[in-house]
Each structure stands twice: as structure tokens, then as C-alpha cells.
Design a protein around this ligand. Structure first.
Ligand SMILES: O=c1[nH]cnc2c1ncn2[C@H]1C[C@H](O)[C@@H](CO)O1
Ligand SMILES: [Zn+2]
Length: 332
């Protein structure tokens, strides 16, 4: 099986972590934004988290440069378009892209303008390339819960028009879910689907709380259910889907080495996993790279590929018609 040619689905990809380095330099030049260097190799050094990065918090330091060039409608649209173009070239047929609208208001854009620009970029790419997409609105859990309400309220008008779900992201503290029960419950009432970053920094119980208190249908990462029996059980019994991002997990030290990743044990035990990039630029990766790492590390089979692909189809927040199209790519 040549993984590069296989159809793919990506459910966990951050817009601000996936900006082309060339585009950052280009925008910085045009818009007169001061960044550390206009040299492409130096810029990559600044943007890519090394594999020996020490923690999620260190990894998250890499997002300030891309966010500096994501403050106008044109730039947000361009960056979104280019991400979908890159994914289409990787044979990604459907992708859910997430971003935190509140990080893009530094030059006065409204949350509504920000979301509309990202959707425009996505739709333009859908028209030009063989790819479909949807948008997930991320709320920064480092901000007050009122800010999450703001995202939920302002994003509501875009539901069914490009936006499908809500997420919580950024630095992960023990017990973070308790603070966000109300805004996420309101989001569910409005019709947002729910995926939550949890269990990335050693705290499996956060996954349990994300499922039980926030109604998470999918979990970003979820690696540490491996050490929390209750969380493991709930994920397995409720068929909560894990969005696994192998390279990112090594960089943030969710796992020390690829060979230590529990993803294949999860898969063999019937936990529904998917494979994703998390951040194409910050993790210096592509969907093919992530699949190749996993395939070589765990000696996985064509049937494993089919199962993981189908997990992604079923767990996607796409409409039924799109899901039906996606299933067709892998009928044998
Ligand atoms: O893997 C991650 N865990 C938690 N937060 C993350 C991860 N990757 C990116 N983020 C944060 C940094 C971005 O600025 C934000 C919105 O995309 O989401
Ligand atoms: Zn993520």
C-alpha cells in the first residue's frame, strides 16, 4: 500500500499551526509585520517544534508568529485556502479545521468577520480542489469561561454554514472541564457538535470529565486514558473517538518516543482511533508522514487502514451525503 496515494480524512488540524512558512514571510513583507527573520530556513526553525521539545506549553510557544499574520480578512482567507490546497494534495478528501477566533481580533476584526473569512477560504478551496471541509471553533481554556460563551454565541449564526463544532484547547490543567460546563452545554443546545482536547498531559481523568460533563463525542489526543481505568472504560463503552496526532504527541511529551505510543494497543482493543496532523507546520508533518510513522512503527495492515479511515468517516461531523461519498473511496 502506498500511503501517499490513499484517500485520507483529517479530523484534527489547527489552522494557526498549519500556515505555510513561505506565506508567513510573504504576509510579513506585504503588511509590514515585524517577525524574527525573513529567511525561510530561519523562519522554519522558529515555527517548528523539535521532537525533543519538552512539553505542551513549550510547543504552544510556536503559535505566536503565525497568529501575528492572521489578523486581516484577506490573510485568514488565504491561509485557510492554502491549508485546504495542501491537504487536497495529500489526498485528504475531507478535513475539519479548527482555530480560536479570539486570537485573531488584534487588529479590530470582529469574531463574525474572522469566522466568515475562514469559511470563505474553505469554500473557495472546495470549489477548486477535490476536498470538502468543515470548521470547528476552538475556545481557549486559558481564557475566562465568559470568552467561551462569546465564541458560542457569535459562532451560532454559522452553524450548518461551515461551522459544525466547538472545542477547548491550549494548556491543559487538571479538572479544567468544571469551568466550562455551562458554555459547552449551551453550545450543545444550539446544535454544535463537541470535541475536546484532553488527556494530552498526563491527566486521564480530564477525558472522563470531558465526556461526562461536557458531552464530548470525540477527544483530541486522549493518550492518558491509558493510565485511568474509568476514562478508558467510558471511551470504549461510549465509542468516543480519539483524534490521535503521533508527531505532536512526541513533541508535547504525551509520549516519549513513537514506539511508546498506545495508539495501536487502543486500536487492537476496539477503541476507535483516527490519525491526524494536529499542526502541519508546527509539527513539520503531513497526513502521509503521520500514517507512515504509524505503519512502520506498528506494522499495521491494509485492514487497519480501512478501519481507521472508516472510524474517521463515522466520527466526522459531516452531513450524511458527504459521509456516503467518503465511504465510497474505500470500498474494496
Ligand atoms: O495539541 C494541542 N493541544 C492543545 N492546544 C493546542 C494544540 N495544538 C494547538 N493548540 C492551540 C494553539 C493554537 O493557538 C490554538 C488554536 O488553534 O490551539
Ligand atoms: Zn490540537
Amino acid at each position: 500500500m502506498n500511503i501517499a496515494d490513499m484517500p485520507k480524512i483529517e479530523l484534527h488540524c489547527h489552522l494557526d499551526g498549519s500556515v505555510r512558512p513561505e506565506t508567513i514571510i510573504d504576509i510579513a513583507k506585504w503588511d509590514g509585520i515585524r517577525i524574527l527573520s525573513l529567511d525561510i530556513e530561519e523562519m522554519k526553525e522558529e515555527l517548528i517544534a523539535p521532537l525533543d521539545c519538552r512539553s505542551l506549553d513549550e510547543y504552544l510557544e510556536k503559535f505566536s508568529i503565525p497568529n501575528a499574520v492572521m489578523q486581516t480578512k484577506e490573510n485568514l482567507k488565504r491561509i485557510t485556502f492554502e491549508l485546504f490546497e495542501d491537504a487536497a494534495n495529500e489526498q485528504v478528501k475531507y478535513m475539519e479545521v479548527r482555530f480560536a477566533p479570539l486570537l485573531h481580533t488584534q487588529q479590530g476584526l470582529t469574531v463574525e468577520e474572522i469566522i466568515a473569512s475562514v469559511i470563505e477560504g474553505m469554500q473557495e478551496a472546495e470549489d477548486q480542489f477535490d476536498i470538502k471541509g468543515n470548521i470547528i471553533l476552538s475556545c481557549m481554556r486559558t481564557m475566562a469561561p465568559e470568552r467561551a460563551f462569546e465564541v458560542v454565541e457569535k459562532g451560532k449564526a454559522f452553524l450548518g454554514k461551515g461551522v459544525v463544532a466547538i472545542d477547548l484547547c491550549a494548556s491543559e490543567e487538571e479538572g479544567f472541564c468544571a469551568q466550562f460546563i455551562e458554555p459547552i452545554s449551551l453550545a450543545r443546545e444550539y446544535g454544535y457538535r463537541v470535541t475536546i482536547h484532553a488527556g494530552e498531559t498526563g491527566i486521564g481523568k480530564n477525558v472522563l470529565e470531558a465526556v461526562e460533563w461536557l458531552g464530548a463525542e470525540r477527544i483530541g489526543h486522549g493518550v492518558y486514558i491509558k493510565d485511568c481505568e474509568e476514562a478508558y472504560r467510558v471511551v470504549k463503552d461510549k465509542r468516543i473517538v480519539l483524534e490521535i496526532c503521533p508527531t505532536s504527541n512526541v513533541q508535547t511529551k504525551a509520549v516519549t518516543r513513537f514506539e511508546d505510543h498506545p495508539l495501536y494497543d487502543f486500536h487492537r482493543d476496539g477503541i476507535e482511533i483516527t490519525i491526524n496532523t494536529d499542526n502541519r507546520t508546527v509539527s513539520d508533518t503531513t497526513m502521509a508522514k503521520e500514517f507512515n510513522i504509524v505503519w512502520n512503527q506498528f506494522d499495521m495492515s491494509d485492514e487497519d487502514y480501512r478501519e481507521i479511515y472508516m472510524n474517521s468517516v463515522e466520527a466526522s461531523f459531516a452531513m450524511d451525503e458527504i459521509k456516503e461519498e467518503l465511504r465510497k473511496y474505500l470500498v474494496d
